[in-house]
Design a protein around this ligand. Structure first.
Ligand SMILES: C[S@@+](CC[C@H](N)C(=O)[O-])C[C@H]1O[C@@H](n2cnc3c(N)ncnc32)[C@H](O)[C@@H]1O
Length: 183
């Protein structure tokens, strides 16, 4: 009887702590979205993941960076098409970061896909050959100069739904309601 009570109390504590993290993360994202123009956690639709992976066309020696990787679904989808490539994700928010780490562990992909809890504005993109972004207009504007430099250095940049201001895309892939801008 005492054991059962302990289990119930532990389960309750886990649920309460989980909710506190969720509410904290949700509020932080809401404030960051409205005050700083940061993209919130809105995952790419599952139905278009294979088409995005196909458009990225990774080779064995490619290194894909997802700037704001959310639950890492883009990296996982691309890993399916080219398991020998390297995969790196940056995620600022605790809840999607934690969820991504948990998913990768459950899928046995923790060693193949590296996720960092980090602001991508403070990251170094030197190793990347391909960069994927699904952000928003304000962050694309802030990133325009950095991305321009990376494109000049020969990196391939893919942005879902939001283009890089004042730069013509090399190709635009129609994914139904969404567009993938390729630079
Ligand atoms: C629209 S979601 C896209 C998630 C994922 N790339 C996908 O396609 O499913 C944008 C993500 O970027 C993260 N993010 C926004 N600004 C960030 C920053 N400066 N550094 C790291 N992550 C950031 C958000 O927390 C959010 O999870």
């Amino acid at each position: 009887m005492i054991y059962l009570l302990e289990i119930i109390l532990i389960a309750l504590a886990v649920v309460v702590v989980g909710w506190i993290f969720f509410i904290f993360s949700f509020t932080r994202q809401l404030v960051a979205t409205f005050l700083k123009g940061e993209a919130p956690f809105v995952p790419t639709k599952a139905g278009i993941l294979p088409k995005i992976a196909e458009a990225l066309d990774l080779a064995e020696n490619s290194t894909l960076y997802d700037l704001g990787c959310g639950d890492a679904r883009i990296l996982v989808a691309c890993h399916k098409t080219q398991p020998k490539a390297n995969f790196v994700g940056f995620e600022k928010d605790f809840v999607p970061y934690f969820w991504a780490k948990l998913r990768l562990r459950m899928m046995g992909l923790s060693k193949n896909i590296r996720i960092y809890k980090k602001d991508f504005f403070k990251a170094d993109f030197q190793e990347a050959t391909h960069m994927f972004l699904y952000l928003g207009p304000s962050q694309m504007k802030k990133l325009a100069e950095i991305l321009g430099r990376e494109i000049s250095n020969g990196k391939k940049v893919f942005s879902l739904q939001f283009n890089i201001p004042n730069r013509e895309a090399r190709e635009i892939v129609n994914l139904g309601k969404e567009k993938l801008y390729i630079y």
